[in-house]
Design a binder for this molecule. Sequence first.
Ligand SMILES: [Zn+2]
Length: 142
Amino acid sequence: MDSTLIVEPAAWLVIAESSKSAFPEECCGFIFGRMSADQTKVVTAMTVSNATAADKNDYFAISPATYTEAESYAEDNQLELIGIYHSHPNQIALPSISDYQFALPDFLYLIVSVIETEIEDVRAWLIDEEYDRFNEQRLQLV
Ligand SMILES: [Zn+2]
């Protein structure tokens, strides 16, 4: 995919609020929207619980049942499940080692850097087909 990711205000509000309120833990959720040849538009976001058994300040996980719920939500609302957002409390918005380990193909990863409860940066990433490199995607908050 080589297109711009556009995040609409309603979706960004959900992502920003959950990133700030989860601090110092990582938040996570799904992003939904519509895709065309030259752009992908995120119209809504769904916050889900961080199901990691590890330290929530450094890791996140989403349960399989929650993925199924997200797929149903997309279908019911005629939206596409575009990817996942999660926050990096007091860390930069670059994929971590565990982000590499758990990355899914064709799934956009929106990473929000939150420094002391304030949003510092947000970046969008897509893993390549060999799973060895996240390529940064053009991102636009509208
Ligand atoms: Zn991460």
